[in-house]
Ligand binder design. Structure first.
Ligand code: MTE
Length: 326
């Protein structure tokens, strides 16, 4: 099988596009306008034919606990045009083009199965409604290739979905199977990875309050190239854990293997926690290139332990050797 390893690519031309779409609104202002504004937005999106009920139909509540004023969100244009989505090409600019050439992500059914008391199958939009709508969280995003962004995600805490499924005591891990549709996805036809792209978390990691399922970005429906309509977000881990376009979530007893671990086990492990002290075999993880951060190649900054979420998540790994469990 042909395997193209992730590389630290040059910035595309779009990197110079200034942010013009969006400003994070202060919470008070958001609350004032949430009802009318959200309805208006939904109507506008429907009229323009770009609506996805998953986010367009739901007001996003800004969660003040997940809005660090020191984080400067990356431009929408960059978040949605500099992508890793091997199903739609291995070049950063390809997914935006190839994932929008007839690939349909609505309607979309997701199946919740395995070791749980309440397995179910549900439409992605109905799932968001059932879980009480979407909220927004601004998280750091760190790719294993040593570049980073700051992304305002819309979606719901994964813990809410897990509570609904009600896992059995034997369930120790959660797996995320993403879509398989070689007719729509040229990368799957070329077999550039082992498909479907697959990821897993320990159940306690998945229940952590930071673990999230994204359905939107900047208050807009999540674009196909970013993993529409449901995509995992685990901000203290490298980006390859964030499985895109999920079709199945399973509760299992044994630690699963994920796609990149299957492809190159000496380079990628199960945990994939951001750790500046444990280098990738081929490059340092001590620092990262900030996409859109200025300069031709983006500014460089120090990488933080657990991507800056050490206070919140370190306890999950107490006593573990993080060099062995990379
Ligand atoms: N999910 C699927 N299904 N296929 C992929 O190729 N790439 C992963 C992850 N999720 C990938 C995926 C990698 S390597 C990264 S860094 C992130 O998605 C990139 O997310 P972004 O394009 O939204 O920045």
């Amino acid at each position: 099988m042909h395997l193209r390893l992730p590389r630290d690519w040059e910035l595309p031309e779009s990197a110079v596009t200034p942010e013009r779409d969006y400003h994070l609104r202060p919470r008070r202002e958001f609350l004032k306008t949430a009802g009318f504004g959200a309805a208006g937005l939904a109507a506008a999106a429907l009229l323009s034919g770009t609506a996805r009920a998953t986010t367009a139909g739901f007001p996003t509540r800004v969660n003040p606990d997940h809005r660090d004023p020191n984080l400067k969100p990356t431009a929408y244009e960059l978040i949605t045009s500099y992508n890793n989505f091997y199903e739609f090409g291995t070049d950063k600019a390809e997914p935006k083009v190839l994932a929008n050439r007839g690939w349909t992500t609505e309607p979309w059914t997701v199946t919740i199965a395995g070791l749980c008391r309440n397995p179910f199958k549900i439409d992605a939009n109905d799932l968001v409604t059932k879980l009480g709508g979407a909220e927004q969280r601004v998280y750091r995003f760190r790719c294993v290739e040593a570049w980073s962004m700051v992304i305002p995600w819309d979606g719901f805490p994964l813990a809410k979905l897990i509570a609904l499924a009600d896992p059995l005591p034997e369930a120790k891990f959660v797996t995320f199977t993403t879509f398989l549709d070689p007719k729509s996805a040229p990368g799957q036809r070329r077999d550039n990875l082992d498909y479907p792209y697959f990821e897993g978390l320990r159940l306690d990691e998945a229940r952590h309050e930071l673990a999230f399922i994204a359905t939107g970005i900047y208050g807009r429906p999540i674009p196909n190239q970013n993993g529409a309509p449901l995509r995992l977000v685990v901000p203290w881990k490298y980006g390859f854990k964030y499985g895109k376009s999920i079709v199945k979530i399973d509760f299992v007893a044994k630690q699963p293997r994920n796609t990149w671990q299957v492809m190159t086990p000496h380079e990628y492990g199960f945990y994939a926690n951001v750790n500046p002290q444990v280098d990738h075999p081929r490059w340092s993880q001590a620092s990262e290139r900030v996409i859109g951060g200025g300069g031709l190649l983006g500014a460089r900054q120090r990488t933080l332990m657990f991507n800056g979420y050490e206070k919140q998540v370190a306890a999950l790994y107490a006593g573990m050797d993080l060099r062995k469990n990379y």
